[in-house]
Design a protein around this ligand. Sequence first.
Ligand code: THG
Length: 366
Amino acid sequence: MALISPSRRLRRTPFSEGVEAAGVSAYTVYNRMLLPTVFRSVEEDYHHLKAAVQIWDVACERQVELRGPDAGRLMQMLTPRDLRGMLPGQCYYVPIVDETGGMLNDPVAVKLSEDRWWISIADSDLLMWVKGIANGYRLDVLVDEPDISPLAIQGPKADDLMAAVFGDSVRDIRFFRFGHFDFQGRDMVIARSGYSKQGGFEIYVEGADIGMPLWNTLMEAGKPMDVRAGCPNGIERIEAGLLSYGNDMTDDNTPHECGLGRFCNTATAIGCIGRDALMRVAKDGPVKQIRAIVIDGRPPACDRAWPIMAGTKCVGHVTSANWSPDFNTGVGIGMVRMTHWDDGTNVVVETQSGPMAAVVKDRFWL
Ligand code: THG
């Protein structure tokens, strides 16, 4: 593919300078912002992520901030996950649905206080939907995109690197909880979370000016741990079953189809805009659902949805795929109709380079 032309519409991040110095070799566009996808090679990056520690520029995970007395009420209108038990200091993975129960985004919600929330969004224009709801319902809440850029520290040595910069107390942060830490006199929200199953943290960096000082400090402190710049890895995230909005699901899918039913409490999520629609689909259950797909061989780049065939019948689509060195097989994520979603079902995946034998699995690899 040809290069993408840089322009103001394609936003750089506070860490772009560091990413370029580290030798980034490919980007994607996410929320109209640069997101690195490859440094050395996807496979080399993958092995390093599983063995050491990486610093990821995930500034493209923009924050939709809700601020004001109606912030909590607005947040519950957006999601079928029951938020009543959520305390300040917690993060929740929350499906966001429209009035038909269709997925609009699958962000991480960060509850800073009763009247202040961040929605750390995947790749869709959620800000406009949230502003529309807030204004349409005349809610007492401010909705905007603050100057906050997440930086993820991922890998088995993430705790050691973070402790070297922020002190040993970062080790005590529990999964999907956050705390406040100081860096050069600036407050940093640090959560134990991230888009890999290798463990690690996300630093919500407030103010673009402190981005490179923090990046450089982490790179320096991580030398003994073989730290490198990295990015969400296209192999590891499939092994882990971490979904990619826009790829593995769209607004045509309900959370139940996406396998996100465990993050829905539709009966008790009073106020959720998609609640009535989801009550109906939750009753009978979905007729297609996300599955892990074992692909026999090295798949080409998954740049389109690949039909999943059972004989001459199309029974679903593979939407992400890669070669897994650790499992020595092709790995994929697909949406499969219920007639063929049982573990062990043999199918054929029609890639742009030709058909490949595949097997539907009911569990991901990690
Ligand atoms: N971190 C933050 N913001 C994000 C992402 C992130 N925004 C965009 C994108 N990633 C949103 N999508 C996801 C998908 C999966 C997870 C988080 C965000 C995730 N899932 C775990 C799982 O499914 O095993 C844990 C979910 C749980 O138990 O609550 O972490 O990565 N800030």
